[in-house]
Design a protein around this ligand. Sequence first.
Ligand SMILES: Cc1cc2nc3c(=O)[nH]c(=O)nc-3n(C[C@H](O)[C@H](O)[C@H](O)COP(=O)(O)OP(=O)(O)OC[C@H]3O[C@@H](n4cnc5c(N)ncnc54)[C@H](O)[C@@H]3O)c2cc1C
Length: 466
Amino acid sequence: MSEKFQVIIIGSGPGGYVCAIRLAQLGIKTACVESRGTLGGTCLNIGCIPSKSLLNLSKNFHKAKDLSNLGVEVGKVKLNLKKMMQNKDKAVTSLTKGIEFLFKKNKVTHFKGIGSFKSSTQISIIDNQKKETIIETEKTIISTGSEPVSLPSIQFDEKIIVSSTGALSLKVVPKKMVIVGGGYIGLEMGSVWSRLGAEVHVIEFLDHITPGMDKEISKEFMKILTKQGINFHLQTKVDSIKKNNKGASISTTHKDGKKINFKCDIVLISVGRKPNIKNLNLDAIGVELDDKKRVKTDKNFETSIKNIYAIGDVKEGPMLAHKAEEEGIAVAEMIAGQSGHVNYDIIPGVIYTSPEVASIGKTEEQLKELNKKYKVGKFPFMANSRAKAIDEPEGFVKILADEKTDKVLGVHMISPHAGEMIAEMAVAMEFGASSEDIARTCHAHPTFSEAVKEAALSVDKRAIHS
Ligand SMILES: Cc1cc2nc3c(=O)[nH]c(=O)nc-3n(C[C@H](O)[C@H](O)[C@H](O)COP(=O)(O)OP(=O)(O)OC[C@H]3O[C@@H](n4cnc5c(N)ncnc54)[C@H](O)[C@@H]3O)c2cc1C
């Protein structure tokens, strides 16, 4: 007789593992099926965590080279890429093992292998010895995440033509790296390899980088990255990529018709990700997809088939780890008869370059499109005492507030600590704060967060320090 569970989750990324732990906390007999050797999904294994580790290590390397200018003599700074990669791997291993520990602690059963639907209540698991186990379930949650997409007829070899996965594990620093796509993953990886010594070129089809971001922030961000040595080629389309024994050559056409060819040792294709549904056998049980081949769900995360749910990158919404986690908690609580909820209007987005970029809520472009009347408050870090004291004065905070009610509608910032500071704005917005509320909240001095208070004061044209 096959083992029976109340809920089976397929995929152990931030959506799946968080959901599994919450279900177990709520007393529900839960199993999680994962095809990868380790738990934690894209995020922990080949996404958020290794990229942030390399961003931090490469930033330290880059900074150490300049320390003598600041009066700190450290001798010759040398890169040991192998050790850097080992440090990254150590961070990944410790976190993925941590999820194993949490599964044991919460009594979540972990099945290793590829999960697929045999029927709407039976899940087949094929392990790496090709052995099949079938388990029974009352409810199933699809949390199989996403995978990188390439350009038409171009295959990743993860050596010369790489996705983010290959870019996280290069064995030598490329002399020249071309990145196709100016989104956040490409720019984070570009920053890493540029700091470690590569000449980096970003080819972007649009007339701006980081699509969807507030345009003013996006412009400033590109200016800062250009100053750091990253080369941008906007309004440029890749026509072909050909591998040769030294690397690759890339033919492109600019919007004005000019052809430009690039030769490089590594091409990172970073043009987006697609839902990972390939092994699930969804057709057989009739789970419907939307026009972008994502699993279609209703507002309760339920698919077109009763008792089958989907969360995270595999369904609609921003492909972000914390969005997947929120959905995991919400669906677990709904299954347990509680009222789970995700506020899709208040999901922060962070780019972990140096400085960081963080946003929440509406951009100025979105407010214009919605015909919403708004006020803008801005404050530059050039006038922030902490930023000046530690010589990191780039960037600014921008707050968008409703013209009539003063309710905060969006916050966008570039700053070394933007990724942390945006959390204050998330809480404020969840409580429906006005810019006046933020302006009247005491912020410690000297901190970067004082710039948020000043930007709020500036909504009403009363900033003190600018
Ligand atoms: C380089 C990079 C950097 C990123 N940085 C950030 C960041 O800083 N912040 C952020 O919020 N997001 C970041 N992301 C995005 C983030 O990783 C994803 O949004 C997040 O992992 C989605 O979580 P998920 O649970 O939906 O799926 P995933 O994390 O993709 O997990 C899905 C899991 O399901 C497993 N699986 C798939 N099919 C099957 C099957 N049939 N049977 C069993 N198991 C299966 C997969 O092996 C995988 O482990 C980054 C992504 C990349 C690639």
